[in-house]
Design a protein around this ligand. Structure first.
Ligand SMILES: Nc1ncnc2c1ncn2[C@@H]1O[C@H](COP(=O)(O)OP(=O)(O)OP(=O)(O)O)[C@@H](O)[C@H]1O
Ligand SMILES: [Mg+2]
Length: 239
């Protein structure tokens, strides 16, 4: 589903070169739920960007659904992002002059989906995140937790195979963060959406089935979890 094959990503060159990802290999199976932890600058966001084709590896290959993302044409990569990969960020990035339902429908509008289809899929996505009652609200009139749920509905409206979530609870208080996490767990369990979550919160990270610890662009250790925060096995190199 998502395969990293000896991926290295270097930004810049010469004295200012930064190795954001360093010879990284892993495979995330369809329907799996992994979290990615590590200090600031460890390369977590870069790992997600490479999966979505927002940047290309310096060496190695990133495969999504068996296809090398860097070898896709611009059109194919855009289609991957529009139809297969839902992205959720720390900053919700909702458009302030659009209502919740208009924000959620935006990826479909951009993809040229017929209005009737949009009218069917947007309420379903809002229902999934329990935001039906706020469909006509503008983002400024929603709480942070509600805005993030709308942003998640916008990621889900395309019926993605993969959800990439980069610190989705970073701007939320504990209760709202927990609600967002419960939503991700539910999506994974009920709809078999493959999820890769970046988080700084060890409790939330342990809600995934496996936790990757990234340091200086490479895996320091991986921990399998039972989803309740209890580590089952730990493997990987120690420094
Ligand atoms: N476009 C870019 N140009 C140059 N350097 C970059 C670029 N993007 C990332 N980097 C560098 O690559 C390294 C990894 O960045 P990345 O954003 O992946 O870290 P991160 O683990 O997501 O950190 P944080 O927890 O702070 O979000 C950092 O040293 C960063 O400065
Ligand atoms: Mg980051």
């Amino acid at each position: 589903m998502i395969e990293y094959r000896q991926v290295t990503k270097v930004f810049g060159s010469g004295d200012t070169a930064v190795k954001a990802v360093d010879d990284l290999s892993f495979t995330i199976e369809r329907g799996d739920f992994w979290s990615l932890m590590g200090p600031s600058g460890a390369g977590k966001s870069t790992v997600l960007h490479l999966i979505a084709g927002l940047t290309s590896p310096t060496s190695g290959a990133v495969l999504v659904e068996g296809r090398d993302v860097a070898r896709m044409s611009g059109k194919e990569a855009a289609e991957l992002r529009r139809r297969r990969v839902g992205y959720v960020l720390q900053a919700f990035n909702l458009l302030p002059f659009l209502t919740a339902e208009e924000n959620v429908g935006m990826p479909l509008v951009l993809d040229g989906v017929p209005q009737r289809e949009i009218d069917r899929r947007v309420p379903a996505a809002l229902e999934l995140v329990k935001m039906t009652h706020r469909a006509k609200h503008h983002p400024t009139t929603l709480s942070g937790g509600e805005q993030q749920r709308v942003a998640i509905a916008r990621a889900l409206v395309i019926d993605p195979a993969i959800v990439l979530a980069d610190e989705p609870t970073g701007n939320l208080d504990r209760a709202n963060g927990r609600a967002v996490m419960d939503l991700l767990v539910d999506l994974n369990e009920r709809l078999s959406v493959t999820i890769l979550l970046v988080t700084h919160d060890p409790v939330f990270a342990a809600m995934a089935k496996r936790v990757l610890h990234l340091v200086d662009g490479s895996l320091e250790q991986t921990t399998a979890s039972d989803g309740d925060g209890d580590a089952l096995t730990t493997s990987g190199r120690r420094r």
